[in-house]
Design a protein around this ligand. Sequence first.
Ligand code: GRF
Length: 234
Amino acid sequence: MARLKVGVLISGRGSNLQALLDATADPAYPAEIAIVISNRPDAPGLLRAARAGIAHHAVAHSSRPAFAAQADALLRQSGAQLVALAGFMRILDTEFVDSWRDRLVNIHPSLLPAFPGLHPQRQALAAGVKFSGCTVHFVRAEVDSGPIVAQAVVPVHPDDDEARLAARILAAEHRLYPLAVRLFALGRLHLRGNTVAVTGAVAGAVAGAVTGAVAGAPDSMLFNPPEALASASG
Ligand code: GRF
């Protein structure tokens, strides 16, 4: 089975990159990481790529177009078929976004369209919401916009501070991103205007299965689309 080649753009810690690397370690997972690019040379995520034996590059962000041109050249050389932003903290050049349209995804730690932009966990606490979560979406020019692929929900507890809520959401991110990339790699995501339909539902993945418990995730997590849960290992 030819696996989908994924390029990952990071800026820092790279824990979502690690979740993707861990998923791809299973030969049955339908995608592999072809290249990791960071706009920061000191990003710990680059070490994660190095440890996994994955090609990795630091590309200085001297300007938006200059970064985009270099990143684009590296991605195309690597054969990347999908670009996944994983904690990439810069706004991408519009031309880059357009040229990777529908092959460029991002993960954001809120239930978009609520709380786009910086400090979404802080925004969620300030708004007093009782649930928050994370979203994988196709990238469009406007920050944190674009058709939603998958979301996971976690509760907000009364004694949460930003760090505690961020950690709870991050644990959900680490499950959601490999699931979303898996659906893309299997060709099961279909854009219809601004929405994404997931086809090829696996028998048994009924609406009632939209629970974290089915996927072996903590009971407090809720994932959708439920089809993603058909493969608990991502
Ligand atoms: C994650 O919360 C991601 O959703 C956001 O930035 C954070 C990156 O964390 N865009 P990591 O670098 O993947 O650990």
